[in-house]
Ligand binder design. Structure first.
Ligand code: NAD
Ligand code: MG
Length: 390
């Protein structure tokens, strides 16, 4: 039981995904004073109906299915109010009853609802890194004025956040070191990468995640997005961010302080831990996440990143340094390129090539409006398809 019994109504946006399902598991374990207040999904109606029956939320939003396409006559939870269409995400997030919003929608589709949570001064437990990549400065400025709290769910950023607790200010931080698994193809010879199939790229060695982030992990675009995410979450200059390959995925990231001390956070690869920490901070509670077995011997490896093998990662540092419109363009181009790869329209290595072309080609603006960023997101997707000839 949490020390304070203050009510915590949680809205989980993207409840049927990998992070969404893990969040529900964590909340089930936590019990009172947490309550599943709202859930949303795009199209996975079967899982969604089971979640409604089990958690009996006040609100359930389907964003990608019309009301007449589903049959709720036999629905077991009559107290749940159902909504259809993505505009309802904003309405439910703005509900004064909602205390914590878990942003677990994949891609920039999650941007508007995450921004609304910040605008309303809620606690935003953020898995949807793409929202920060697209609109980092807008989101962080908005949080300053509304008083919203941004809690990272991404395991690396949760690790950094935890390690930061042992320093007093950002001035004491020499650098942060993000760890990367290297993804499903890390043992492949570089010349074989163009022939990687969708199944090859989806076979992640240490994490079980949604399809888009698993492909991002194989290209290391995921780490590129995380470099940008770290910049905005912690107010870090990109020159203070490093990346190392750590294949075991047990050290989730590290902070090196100016005195030379390095503080790391360790645990088996299991998202239920950072999700729970984002919900219960500053308290720690027992939870369902796997723990290290100290009776077993194990060893840690880390190796520097070969930027030629992972060109996407260089784009992350470039965009973190440039800011402005570049995050929106990189993210939109990557989302479109990953879709093309998943639909077998382009080769694996073309994902990073296309993202770079679209990024280099765009009309850079250092201080865009939200509307501009959203238009550029659409533009980058169209350009990616055009250049790919699709
Ligand atoms: P997923 O594909 O498993 O789930 C995505 C969820 O978003 C589903 O509930 C789906 O219904 C919903 N969704 C999809 N498209 C939508 C749209 N257009 N509008 C509204 N809802 C939509 O993805 P995931 O792996 O759970 O990842 C979710 C987010 O968390 C991503 O931003 C990812 O980068 C981040 N993240 C995931 C992990 C992980 O372990 N899976 C780790 C760190 C960060
Ligand atoms: Mg991560």
């Amino acid at each position: 039981m949490l020390g304070s019994s203050k009510r915590r109504n949680v809205a989980i946006l993207g409840s049927t995904g990998s992070i969404g399902c893990s969040t529900l598991e964590v909340l089930e374990g936590l019990g009172e004073p947490f309550r599943v207040w709202a859930i949303s999904a795009h199209q996975q109606v079967d899982i969604f109906e089971k979640q409604i029956a089990r958690f009996r939320p006040q609100h359930a939003i389907l964003t990608g299915v019309a009301e007449d396409q589903i049959d709720t006559r036999n629905a077991s939870s009559s107290e749940t109010i159902r909504h259809f269409g993505c505009e309802n995400l904003i309405k439910v997030v703005a509900d004064p009853e909602v205390d914590i919003v878990v942003a677990a929608i994949v891609g920039s589709a999650g941007l508007e609802s995450a921004l609304e949570a910040v605008r309303q001064g809620k606690t935003l437990a953020l898995a949807n890194k793409e929202a920060l990549v697209v609109a980092g400065p807008i989101m962080t400025d908005l949080a300053k004025t509304s008083g919203a709290t941004l809690m990272p769910i991404d395991s690396e950023h949760s690790a950094i956040f935890q390690a930061m607790q042992s320093g007093r200010s950002i001035a004491e931080v020499k650098r942060v070191i993000l760890t990367a698994s290297g993804g499903s193809l890390r043992a492949w010879p570089r010349e074989k990468l163009p022939s990687a199939t969708v199944n090859d790229a989806l076979a992640h060695p240490t994490w079980s995640m949604g399809r888009k982030i698993t492909i991002d992990s194989a290209t290391m675009m995921n780490k590129a997005l995380e470099v940008i995410e770290a910049k905005w979450l912690f107010g870090l200059d990109p020159s203070k961010i490093s990346v190392v390959i750590h294949p075991q995925s047990i050290i989730h990231s590290m902070v090196e302080f100016v005195d030379g001390s390095v503080i790391a956070q360790l645990s088996p690869p299991d998202m239920r831990l950072p999700i729970q920490y984002a919900l219960t901070f500053p308290e720690r509670l027992p939870g369902p996440a796997r723990t290290i077995d100290w009776t077993q011997s194990f060893s840690f490896d880390w190796t520097p990143v070969d930027f030629e093998r992972y060109p996407a990662l260089s784009l992350g540092f470039e965009v973190a340094a440039a800011g402005g419109t570049s995050g929106s363009v990189l993210n939109g181009a990557n989302e479109a390129a990953v879709d093309l790869f998943l639909n077998q329209k382009i080769a694996f290595t073309e994902i990073a090539t296309l993202a770079k072309k679209v990024l280099d080609y765009h009309d850079f603006d250092p201080s865009p409006t939200l509307k501009q960023l959203m238009n550029l997101d659409q533009w980058a997707r169209k350009e990616t398809n055009r250049i790919a000839g699709c």
